[in-house]
Each structure stands twice: as structure tokens, then as C-alpha cells.
Design a protein around this ligand. Structure first.
Ligand SMILES: [Zn+2]
Length: 316
């Protein structure tokens, strides 16, 4: 089955202050790398629809959505919250970024594809139910996961988050929802300094020392994520795909390389493929991966390329 790439032109129109790392060039860097590699021709490519209010309200409070909408400026760039800025097209971009994941779920459930990457911004995993923070306005991955749960009646969903920062928003949203196994690896101590210890068993937090590098990352993931995922038998897997633990990314010190992202993605893909031997209710229908962080533009393109190749079992 073909792998799908979902994006939207508005994701380029969400502006940040000059020199800010979460810049429009990130989506271009990914698109250009996919084009240059030839992988782009092997993918279904779809434009993201805007998320609906009903889909947004499954995750965010009405007050949060209205506060963002009211604060969007007519021109210029407006400081909104902890490292969150709004520009005239921000709400449109945020709605399409969230809509990308929803379309990904729909395409997989219609059996049109089994693996989706969403090249979208603003990112989402720091956005809590009632709070924008850390470049994130709406929690894209949580909105997609809720769509899979509520629209398709799935009972067990996994969200894996290998961004170098903890997915505090995703933890906040699913803290009381045992249908969702949330696995997050992150440099620690580090932003956003979430309380990570006192959490229920369906939240697996994997703090990584700043010095851990590839082997430390792989050892921790192998020990903590995959046994839990195999036991949980997710019917759908979501990936909060952040590439800011990359060796050339100024944001962090963990120093992962392209092959680490290929490795973790292959493991996830194998988990999905391996589930096909199970009865229908224990099979994994597909994987939707959504861009989170990743700020070294050349490295970001290369890491996403490695990720998509592993996701779709593609070679070029
Ligand atoms: Zn990050």
C-alpha cells in the first residue's frame, strides 16, 4: 500500500519573529529533500482539510479556541503565550495542521493507505487542553487520536513521541484515558519540565540524559516502549515526530543521527506488520506520523526522509 504525505500551503503562512527556529522554511526543507531524493514521486500527496470545530472540541476547551481566534492580528506578529506567536494566517495554518492528522486517520480507516506523514506546522504536542505553549497552539496528534477513538470506535491507540521535549500537552489530554498508551522520550531535565513521575501506567515517560546519544536512546526505547506496545496491541499508532534531538540541532544535546530515526520507525512499522497475524480486533490499522520539532533545516530534511522511507518501506 502506498505511503501518504499530507501538507497544506497555509502551513507556510504562519509567521514567527525573524530568526525564530520554528520557521516556514522547515516545511520547505522537508519538501525539497523528498523531491531531491525521488521519494516524493512514490507517495500519495494530499492537501489537508481544515479541522472542524467538533474535532477540535474533543481535545480543547471552547474558551481556548476562542481566545486564540480573538487574538489573531490583522497584520504583524503578536506574542500570545509562552513562545507562541500569532500572525494573520496562524489560525488557518493551525486548523489545517490539525486537519492533516484527521485526514490521515480517515484514509487509513478507508484502507487507502497504511502509513501517513503530515508535513505541517505549527506543531502540537506542547498544547494542553486549555493552553498554547512552546510553539504549539492546537494538539494535532491528540486531535487525530481522538478522531480515531470517537469516529471509528477504536479501543486501543498508541502515541509515541520521540521529540527531544516531553509531550506535556499529549500527557495532559490523555492522563485519564486508558485507551491511549502514550510513550514519550525526551532530554531531561529540560523544557517543558513536566511532572513526569506521578503518572498512571498508560503514560510511559522515558527521560534521557543530555549525554545519552544513539545507544542510550535505543537502549531506553527498546527497554521501555516496545515491550509495552507489544502487550498493549494498539489498533492504531500515532507518532509525534520531532527531530530536534538531531546531532546538528542547536535545541538539544542528545545527538541522534538519521539512522536512529530510521531505526525507531522501522521498529514501529514491524510492530504494525507483525500485528497482521492477530485476530482483526488486535491488528494495527496504520500509522499516522505528524511533524513536531526539528530546527536544523538540512538535518530535518534528511531525518524526515529516513523516517518516511522506514515508515513506507521505501528505497530510492
Ligand atoms: Zn521539541
Amino acid at each position: 500500500m502506498l505511503t501518504t504525505l499530507i501538507s497544506h500551503p497555509s502551513c507556510h503562512e504562519h509567521q514567527m519573529p525573524d530568526g525564530h527556529p520554528e520557521c516556514p522554511g522547515r516545511v520547505d526543507a522537508i519538501a525539497n529533500q523528498l523531491l531531491a531524493s525521488g521519494i516524493d514521486a512514490l507517495l500519495y500527496q494530499r492537501d489537508a482539510p481544515a479541522v472542524t470545530d467538533e474535532q477540535l472540541l474533543r481535545v480543547h476547551t471552547a474558551e481556548h479556541i476562542q481566545r486564540v481566534a480573538r487574538a489573531v492580528p490583522q497584520s504583524g506578529i503578536h506574542f500570545f503565550a509562552d513562545d507562541v506567536y500569532l500572525s494573520p494566517q496562524t489560525l488557518t495554518a493551525a486548523r489545517h495542521a490539525a486537519g492533516a492528522g484527521v485526514l490521515g486517520v480517515d484514509m487509513i480507516m478507508r484502507k487507502e493507505t497504511d502509513a501517513v506523514f503530515c508535513n505541517v506546522r505549527p506543531p502540537g504536542h506542547h498544547a494542553e487542553r486549555a493552553r498554547a505553549m512552546g510553539f504549539c497552539i492546537f494538539n494535532n496528534i491528540a486531535i487525530a487520536a481522538k478522531h480515531a477513538l470517537e469516529t471509528y470506535g477504536l479501543q486501543r491507540i498508541a502515541i509515541v513521541d520521540f521529540d527531544v521535549h516531553h509531550g506535556n500537552g499529549t500527557q495532559d489530554i490523555f492522563l485519564d484515558d486508558e485507551r491511549v498508551l502514550f510513550c514519550s522520550s525526551f532530554q531531561y531535565p529540560f523544557y517543558p519540565n513536566t511532572e513526569i513521575d506521578d503518572v498512571p501506567a498508560h503514560i510511559i515517560n522515558t527521560p534521557l540524559p543530555a549525554t545519552c546519544r544513539s545507544q542510550g536512546f535505543r537502549d531506553a526505547i527498546s527497554a521501555q516502549w516496545f515491550p509495552a506496545l507489544e502487550k498493549f496491541k494498539p489498533q492504531f499508532i500515532f507518532i509525534s515526530a520531532g527531530f530536534d534531538a538531531y546531532i546538528d540541532d542547536d535545541m538539544s544535546s542528545i545527538s541522534l543521527v538519521e539512522q536512529d530515526y530510521a531505526w525507531v520507525t522501522q521498529k514501529i512499522r514491524q510492530l504494525m506488520d507483525g500485528s497482521k497475524k492477530f485476530p482483526e480486533e488486535n491488528q494495527c490499522q496504520g500509522v499516522v506520523s505528524m511533524l513536531e520539532g526539528g530546527y536544523d533545516l538540512l538535518g530535518l530534511g534528511r531525518c524526515v526522509l529516513a523516517h518516511i522511507k522506514a515508515l513506507g518501506k521505501l528505497s530510492s
